[in-house]
Design a protein around this ligand. Structure first.
Ligand code: HEM
Length: 416
C-alpha cells in the first residue's frame, strides 16, 4: 500500500517505553503500516520507526549503514549508539552491539556453543529443571507461573550454560528482568542498576576463578581459556558476552511461555487441540513466537545518508525496528491478528533478521517445548487468575509478565 504521508511529515507519538504503548501497540502499528509506514517520533531525542515487515527486514539486512555498535564516554558518562532507545547501560553487549568485521570474530567464537546439536544436548537438563520446579508445587494445586516455572527454568538453564552457581539464579534473573522492564527514567531504575552491577561483579569474579582452573564445559570457562583471532579473551569481552547471553536467556523465553499459557487458558479448545495433537508443537511454537514477539523491537544507528522509499534518513539518526509490527503485517501473513497453531510457512522475524539474528533461538525452542509439554501433561486443567496477573509496565524491549497466579488439580511428584 502506498503511504499517504512519509518521513518527518509523519510525526507520531511513539514511545515503546510508555504505559500507553503497552496497551495500544497493535492498533498503533496497524495504523502506521497503512498510513505512515516509516514515521518520526520526537521522543528520546528523536528516532525513526519502521513498521512494515519489508522495511524492517531491509534495514536489518543493510548492516553496513544501520549499525549496532555502542561506545561509552566515561569522562562524561555518555553512552552512544547500541541497540536500545534510550541508550542502556555502559556495558557493550557482545556480539549484539558490534558491527562487521568485529562481529564476525565475536559471533563465530560462540556459534558452535549455540548450534542446534549443542542446544539439543541441553534438553535433558532443561527437562530436569522443569520436573523439579513442577514437583515443588504439584501437590499444592497452585503456583505463580512466572515465579515458580517460566522464570526459573530458563534462568537455571542459562546459569548452567554460563557456569554461574545455580543457587544464584533468582538474583541474576530478577536483576535482568528489572533492567529490561523498568522505564529508564523511573526512580526504580536506579536500584535496578545496582542489582545489575552485582550481576556484572559476579560474572567478573567467576571469569577470574575459571582462569585459575582447567577448562570446564561452560561459557565463562570457555571465555577464560579461549582465544579470539589468536589472542586471549579480555575480561571486558567476557562480561559483554555474559550480559548479552544472560539478557537473552532469562527474559525472552519466560515471556513467550507465559503469554502462551494465558492464551491456552483463554482458548480452551486450542489447549485441548495441543494436548490431543502434540505433533502440532513445532508450528504452534513458531506461531506463538510470531504473535507474541517477546523481543518487541531493537534499535540501529544510521551511519550514512540513506533513502528508503521516499524517506531520507541522515547519518546520526536512530531507527527503531519493531519485530512485533513486522510480525503482524498483512502483506506477509494472512489474518495476522489471529493465532493459527498450524500456520505454515511462517516467515516471522521474532528472532530478528540479518546477521544479528538470534543465536539462542534453538535453545529458546528447547526450553519452550519442555516447559509447555510438561505443563500440559501434569496440570492440563490449569486456570490462570488473569485479574491478578501483572504485565511489565514497559513492553517495548521485552513483552513480559511480572507474575501470573494459577490453580490446577493437584498431582504427584516425579522425582524422589
Ligand atoms: C523466545 C526467545 C528469544 C527471542 C524472541 C529472541 C530474540 C532475539 C532477537 C530479535 C535478536 C536480534 C537482535 C538484533 O537484531 O539486534 C536476538 C539476538 C540475540 N539473542 Fe535472542 N531471543 C530469544 C532467546 C535467546 C536465548 C535463549 C539466548 C541465549 C541463551 C539469546 C541470545 C541472543 C544473543 C547472544 C543475540 C545477539 C546475536 C548477535 O548479535 O549476533 N536469545 N534475539
Amino acid at each position: 500500500m502506498q503511504s499517504k504521508l512519509s518521513g518527518k511529515q509523519c510525526p507520531i507519538d511513539h514511545d515503546h517505553e510508555s504505559r500507553a504503548y503497552a496497551s495500544s501497540w497493535p492498533d498503533q502499528y496497524r495504523e502506521m503500516r497503512s498510513e505512515c509506514p516509516i514515521a518520526w517520533s520526537k521522543n528520546h531525542g528523536g528516532y525513526w520507526v519502521a513498521s512494515r515487515y519489508r522495511d524492517i527486514v531491509a534495514i536489518a539486512q543493510a548492516s553496513d549503514v544501520f549499525r549496532s555498535n555502542k561506545t561509552y564516554d566515561a569522562e562524561n558518562d555518555v553512552v552512544k549508539g547500541g541497540v536500545l532507545i534510550p541508550p542502556g547501560t555502559s556495558v557493550r553487549g557482545l556480539p549484539i552491539e558490534t558491527d562487521r568485521p568485529e562481529w564476525d570474530s565475536y559471533r563465530s567464537f560462540i556459534n558452535r556453543k549455540f548450534a542446534p546439536k549443542a542446544s539439543e544436548v541441553r534438553r535433558e537438563r532443561v527437562r530436569h529443571f522443569t520436573t523439579e520446579m513442577i514437583d515443588r508445587v504439584i501437590e499444592t494445586g497452585k503456583l505463580d507461573f512466572v515465579h515458580d516455572l517460566t522464570g526459573p527454568v530458563p534462568a537455571m538453564a542459562t546459569m548452567e550454560l554460563m557456569g554461574l552457581p545455580l543457587e544464584e539464579w533468582r538474583e541474576h534473573a530478577d536483576a535482568m528482568h528489572e533492567i529490561v522492564f523498568l522505564p529508564k527514567e523511573s526512580e526504580e531504575f536506579g536500584k535496578a542498576l545496582e542489582r545489575f552491577n552485582w550481576v556484572y561483579q559476579r560474572c567478573a569474579e567467576e571469569f577470574r576463578r575459571y582462569r585459575e582452573l582447567p577448562e570446564e564445559d561452560n561459557l565463562l570457562s570457555y571465555f577464560a581459556h579461549g582465544q579470539i583471532d589468536g589472542r586471549p579473551v579480555t575480561e571486558e569481552e567476557a562480561l559483554g558476552y555474559a550480559l548479552n547471553i544472560l539478557a537473552g536467556g532469562v527474559d525472552t523465553t519466560t515471556s513467550l511461555t507465559t503469554h502462551t499459557l494465558v492464551y491456552l487458558y483463554e482458548n480452551p479448545e486450542e489447549r485441548e487441540r495441543l494436548i490431543a495433537e502434540p505433533e502440532l508443537l513445532p508450528t504452534a511454537r513458531e506461531e506463538l513466537v510470531r504473535y507474541f514477539s517477546p523481543m518487541h523491537g531493537i534499535a540501529r544507528n544510521v551511519v550514512e545518508d540513506f533513502d528508503i522509499g521516499d524517506v531520507k534518513m541522515e547519518a546520526g539518526d536512530r531507527v527503531f525496528l519493531p519485530w512485533s509490527s513486522g510480525n503482524r503485517d498483512p502483506e506477509i501473513f494472512d489474518e495476522p491478528e489471529k493465532i493459527d497453531l498450524a500456520r505454515f510457512p511462517n516467515r516471522h522475524i521474532a528472532f530478528g533478521a540479518g546477521m544479528h539474528r538470534c543465536i539462542g533461538s534453538f535453545m529458546a525452542r528447547v526450553m519452550f517445548e519442555e516447559m509447555l509439554t510438561q505443563i500440559l501433561e501434569r496440570m492440563p486443567d490449569y486456570k490462570v487468575d488473569v485479574s491478578a496477573a501483572e504485565r511489565y509496565p514497559s513492553v517495548g524491549t521485552i513483552n513480559g509478565w511480572i507474575n501470573m497466579p494459577a490453580t490446577f488439580t493437584p498431582g504427584k511428584k516425579r522425582l524422589v
